[in-house]
Design a protein around this ligand. Structure first.
Ligand SMILES: C[S@@+](CC[C@H](N)C(=O)[O-])C[C@H]1O[C@@H](n2cnc3c(N)ncnc32)[C@H](O)[C@@H]1O
Length: 314
C-alpha cells in the first residue's frame, strides 16, 4: 500500500531517499509526520513482500480498524537533500526511530510518468487474454482479447496474483449466455474481462464509491456495457450463474451467506484473495452452502471454486 504526496516544490536534479525499516507501531506515525513536515513523497511497503512472510493487506475501506501498515515495514521517504531529510527525522520523537534501520540513497531526477508507465507492460494472463495499458498497442494476434487498463486509484491492474487467478478462471469458463456478478470489483477488471470473454451481462459492486467510479470509466474505455454500484444495488440482487469475488479471507468469511445466496442453482462461485494456508478455513465456512476446492494457486495465493447444487432453492 502506498500513501504518496506529490511534490509541490520544483524537482531538484538529485534527490535523497531514506529507507526506514520500522515496526507497525511507528511506521504510520513516521510516514504521516514526514509528509506533514514537507517530504516530497512517502510510501509504506511490506518489508516482507515477495517472501513467505508477506502479509495480505489491501487497505480496504470498511476494514475496522483500517490497517495501513504491516508488522515489518519499509518506509520510503524522498527529500530534496539528505541534510533536509535528516533534519526532518531529527524533529520526530526519538522513540519512534529508536529501533529503526535507516539507509540513504541518492536518486537522480527522472521522468516519473515514463518511469511509472515503464513499470506497467502488457500482461499475458493466458495466451488468449492480455491486460494492455493505454500507452501500449493492443495485441493483434487472432483470437486475443485485450483489456485496456491503466493503473488508477482502484485495486485491479492485473498484476496481482489474486486478480490473475480470477482472470484465468474466467478465461477457461464457458461464459456464453451467462450473467456474471463481480463482487468487490475494484477497477472492474473481472467484470470487464467477463464481458470481453463472451458473458451475456455483468454487474460489479464495491463498497468503495471511488472504485465504482473507476470501474465505470474503465468499462467505457473497453466499450463494454456493465452495471456498477454499491453492494445492495438492485442489479446485484438476483442470482447469477457466475459470481467472482476477489476480496480477502476475513471479509469473504463474513460475506459467505450473502455471496452464496447470489449464486444460482448450478452456478459457480469463484473466490480469491485467499492465501494457501487460509484455503481450508474459508472452504469450511462456505461448505454448508457450496463445496469449494482449490482450483489453482499462484505465488502463495489460491483461487477457490465450486458449483452450487442444482436442487437448492432460495
Ligand atoms: C483485492 S480488491 C479486488 C479488485 C478486483 N476485483 C480484482 O480482482 O483485481 C478487493 C475489492 O473489494 C472491495 N471490498 C472489500 N470489502 C467489500 C465488501 N464487504 N463488499 C464489497 N466490496 C468489498 C474493496 O473495496 C476492493 O475494491
Amino acid at each position: 500500500m502506498t500513501q504518496t504526496q506529490e511534490a509541490s516544490s520544483p524537482p531538484a536534479a538529485r534527490w535523497a531517499q531514506a529507507t526506514l525499516r520500522l515496526s507497525s507501531r511507528y511506521a504510520e506515525s513516521v510516514s504521516e509526520a514526514l509528509m506533514e513536515a514537507g517530504a516530497l513523497s512517502v510510501s509504506i511497503e511490506d518489508a516482507q513482500a515477495d517472501s513467505e512472510d508477506e502479509q495480505p493487506l489491501f487497505g480496504e475501506p470498511g476494514m475496522v480498524p483500517e490497517q495501513t501498515s504491516w508488522s515489518d515495514n519499509r518506509v520510503l521517504a524522498l527529500f530534496n537533500s539528505q541534510a533536509e531529510g535528516e533534519s526532518m527525522l531529527a524533529d520526530l520523537p526519538p522513540e519512534w526511530l529508536k529501533d529503526a534501520l535507516i539507509d540513504w540513497e541518492d536518486v537522480a531526477e527522472q521522468d516519473w510518468v515514463r518511469l511509472t508507465q515503464a513499470q506497467f507492460d502488457p500482461i499475458p494472463i493466458t495466451p488468449r487474454l492480455w491486460i494492455v495499458p493505454s500507452w501500449h498497442a493492443p495485441v493483434n494476434d487472432a483470437g486475443v482479447v485485450n483489456i485496456r487498463l491503466d493503473p488508477g486509484l482502484a485495486f485491479g491492474t492485473g498484476s496481482h496474483p489474486t486478480t490473475q487467478l480470477c482472470l484465468r478462471w474466467l478465461s477457461q469458463a464457458d461464459l456464453a449466455g451467462k450473467a456474471v456478478l463481480d463482487y468487490g470489483c475494484g477497477s472492474g477488471i473481472l467484470a470487464i474481462a467477463a464481458m470481453k470473454l463472451g458473458a451475456q451481462s455483468a454487474t460489479g459492486v464495491d463498497i468503495d464509491p471511488q472504485a465504482v467510479e473507476s470501474a465505470a470509466s474503465n468499462a467505457a474505455e473497453n466499450e463494454v456495457d456493465i452495471t456498477w454500484g454499491l453492494p445492495g444495488h438492485s442489479a446485484a440482487n438476483g442470482q447469477f450463474p457466475v459470481l467472482v469475488a476477489n476480496i480477502l479471507s476475513n471479509p469473504l468469511k463474513v460475506l459467505a451467506p450473502g455471496l452464496c445466496s447470489h449464486v444460482a442453482p448450478g452456478g459457480w462461485l469463484v473466490l480469491s484473495g485467499v492465501l494457501e494456508r487460509q484455503a481450508g478455513e474459508v472452504a469450511a465456512v462456505y461448505a454448508q452452502w457450496i463445496q469449494l476446492s482449490v482450483w489453482q494457486s499462484l505465488d502463495g495465493w489460491v483461487c477457490l471454486a465450486g458449483q452450487r447444487n442444482t436442487d437448492t432453492a432460495e
